[in-house]
Design a protein around this ligand. Sequence first.
Ligand SMILES: *[C@@H]1O[C@H](CO)[C@@H](O)[C@H](O)[C@H]1NC(C)=O
Ligand SMILES: *[C@@H]1O[C@H](CO)[C@@H](O)[C@H](O)[C@H]1NC(C)=O
Ligand SMILES: *[C@@H]1O[C@H](CO)[C@@H](O)[C@H](O)[C@H]1NC(C)=O
Length: 221
Amino acid sequence: MDSLVLCLFVILLAAVGHASDAEDVPWSQNYVILYGQEHTQLLNQGKEIQISMDQSSGSGFRSLKTYGSGFFGMRIKLPNKDTTGIITSFYVIRQQYLLQTNVFTNGQGLREQRISLWFDPTTYFHNYQILWNQHQVVWFVDDTPIRVFKNNKKIGVGYPAQSMQIEATIWNGSWAGEPNWSQAPFQAHYQGFGIDGCLAQNHTIGFSDCSSPTFSWNGVN
Ligand SMILES: *[C@@H]1O[C@H](CO)[C@@H](O)[C@H](O)[C@H]1NC(C)=O
Ligand SMILES: *[C@@H]1O[C@H](CO)[C@@H](O)[C@H](O)[C@H]1NC(C)=O
Ligand SMILES: *[C@@H]1O[C@H](CO)[C@@H](O)[C@H](O)[C@H]1NC(C)=O
């Protein structure tokens, strides 16, 4: 049953200057706090959220709803500090499994990939997107595709076909080094909370209803 992939993505380093295609809707329309409520703050009439991390806690948020395909994105500005050990992320995930920059199958990471950005992600907002349909997963930074993961299920490669939620978090991972806590709080900013996705009614329906060509993002193959 749950033999396929869990989760898709993470931007470790992130960030862009112009608007995403997603509507500029208030954060609360599509998202809820995941953890660390006291480390979050809504800004700009609720159209921006700051999530932060210090020695006591990180924080994060997730989509209210669950999706079976979509073209998801946010504008993100990373903490302007020495962020050794601090991971700012945006990803799509199936329940409770934490990820890295990997696509995971059966809990094992395939193909680790770190993203080298061509700009300073801490200065301005940049646009990070994940296209996920039955053909492929494509990660974009400022509209530039930076990574493609094709659906090769036919030849036995696991592919994420379960419904997913969108999450964004700031946290510390031991593999990323020991944070310099004297620089805390580490603050990341997110904007762009419209969601272009196919709503999954169930957590298990996979692509059965969400691969319809009536969804624009399913035409990409
Ligand atoms: C994250 O930081 C906390 C201290 O706030 C520490 O207890 C915890 O072990 C750290 N986690 C990792 C994975 O380093
Ligand atoms: C930690 O940051 C402080 C400034 O906030 C700096 O003085 C110190 O050298 C840093 N420590 C390390 C190990 O980089
Ligand atoms: C949700 O799953 C149930 C079975 O668990 C099924 O009967 C129902 O049709 C599904 N709903 C949708 C919208 O797929």
